[in-house]
Write a protein that binds this ligand. Structure first.
Ligand SMILES: Nc1nc2c(c(CN[C@H]3C=C[C@H](O)[C@@H]3O)cn2[C@@H]2O[C@H](COP(=O)(O)O)[C@@H](O)[C@H]2O)c(=O)[nH]1
Length: 306
C-alpha cells in the first residue's frame, strides 16, 4: 500500500493540528520491551467461520458495513459481526448476491435485530446493493472469487476491491493532494488473514504491505498513549464531542498521522529490538485496547469509510 504510506507521510509532514511524538513513541515501545502483546483475531468470539467461501462472503459484507457505529450509543462493531453471523446460521443464503441487492432499510434493521434506524442507514443499504450487483456482474456472485482473482497478494486485493466497489474508495483531498487511506478495503484483507490464520483464502505473500486501519478507535488510543499530540483547538472539540467534518484537514490529519505513527513504531521495533512486526498485529493490539476502555474519547465524523 505504497500510496497509503506515501500520501499519509505527506499529510504528517504538513500537518497543523496533529503531531506524531517520536519520544513518546519510543517510550511506548520501551515499555512493552519491544514485544507487541499478541491479540487473537476474533478474541471476542463473534465472527462466523466455516473455513470456506461463505466465510469470505460474510467478511466482505461485514467490511462493507464496518463503519460509523458511534452515532447510536448502543450500537457497535460487535453487534454487526454477531448479528450477521446469526443471520447466516439461520439462513445460509442471507448474504447471497441477489439478496444483497434487494435489502431495504427496514429489512436490514430486521436482519441486524436493530430496533431503530441505523446510523447512515441509506448509505448502508446503498453499499449492500453495490456489493451484491458487482459481485454478481464480475465475480459470479461470490466474494471468494474476488479473493481468488488477487493472486495471493493483499495489495492486489485492495486494488481490486477499490476498482470494482466505489464504496471502498476511502480517499480525501488534503491541501491540494489526494490522500488514500483505504481502511475498509485493507481490513478486509486483514480479516481474511486473521480468520483463515494466514492459510487458504487468508494467505497473502505481502501481508506486511497492509497498514493500520485508520478508524476512530486507534487514533484515540494513540492520543491517550501520548504518541499523537493534538492542537488545543482539536483536543477541545474532540473532548466536547463536537462533530468533525469528513474530509476536513483535522480529520485527514488524525487518520493519516495514525498510520504514520504505527509505521514509525514498526521501524523502531526493527531498529532497536530487531523485531519484524506487521502493522496488522499492532493495529489489533491498539484496537483491542481501545474498545476495552469505555472512557475513550474518539473523534466523531459521519463517514462511510470507517
Ligand atoms: N483499526 C481497526 N478498526 C476496527 C477494527 C474492527 C474489528 N476488527 C475485528 C477483526 C479482528 C478482531 O477480532 C475484531 O473484531 C472494527 N474497527 C473499527 O472500530 C470502530 C468501531 O468501534 P466500536 O464503535 O467501539 O465498535 C469502527 O470505526 C470500526 O470500523 C480493527 O480490527 N481495527
Amino acid at each position: 500500500m505504497e500510496e497509503v504510506r506515501i500520501s499519509s507521510a505527506w499529510v504528517a509532514s504538513h500537518s497543523n493540528h496533529v503531531k506524531v511524538d517520536s519520544s513518546e513513541l519510543e517510550r511506548v515501545v520501551d515499555n512493552i520491551q519491544g514485544s507487541i502483546p499478541k491479540v487473537e483475531w476474533n478474541f471476542e468470539g463473534i465472527h462466523y467461520f466455516d473455513n470456506g467461501p461463505l466465510t469470505v462472503q460474510y467478511l466482505f459484507v461485514l467490511d462493507a458495513l464496518n463503519f460509523c457505529f458511534w452515532p447510536d450509543k448502543d450500537l457497535d462493531y460487535n453487534h454487526l459481526a454477531s448479528e450477521l453471523k446469526a443471520a447466516l446460521l439461520n439462513d445460509k443464503s442471507a448474504l447471497d448476491a441477489d439478496r444483497l441487492q434487494s435489502y431495504t432499510g427496514p429489512q436490514l434493521r430486521q436482519l441486524l435485530k436493530w430496533p431503530r434506524v441505523l446510523p447512515l442507514e441509506e448509505e448502508r443499504v446503498r453499499l449492500l446493493h453495490e456489493v451484491g450487483q458487482e459481485l454478481e456482474r464480475s465475480f459470479g456472485g461470490e466474494a471468494a472469487n474476488l479473493v481468488k482473482a488477487c493472486g495471493k497478494s493483499a495489495v492486489s486485493l485492495v486494488t481490486l476491491v477499490a476498482r470494482h466497489f466505489p464504496g471502498f474508495r476511502d480517499h480525501s483531498l488534503y491541501k491540494g493532494r489526494q490522500v488514500f487511506l483505504y481502511k475498509r478495503a485493507q481490513i478486509f484483507a486483514a480479516d481474511l488473514w486473521g480468520a483463515f490464520k494466514g492459510q487458504g483464502y487468508g494467505y497473502f505473500y505481502d501481508i506486511s504491505s497492509v497498514t493500520i486501519f485508520a478508524d476512530y478507535i486507534v487514533p484515540a488510543v494513540l492520543r491517550q498513549l501520548g504518541v499523537l499530540r493534538y492542537s488545543l483547538e482539536l483536543s477541545s472539540s474532540i473532548d466536547a464531542k463536537d462533530e468533525i467534518s469528513p474530509g476536513s484537514e483535522q480529520e485527514v490529519e488524525i487518520r493519516a498521522c495514525s498510520i504514520v505513527a504505527v509505521e514509525k513504531m514498526r521501524e523502531l521495533l526493527e531498529r532497536k529490538f530487531g523485531k519484524q512486526v506487521l502493522s496488522v498485529e499492532i493495529d489489533l493490539w491498539l484496537w483491542a485496547m481501545g474498545v476495552q476502555n469505555p472512557s475513550l474519547k474518539h473523534h466523531r465524523t459521519l463517514s462511510i469509510y470507517y
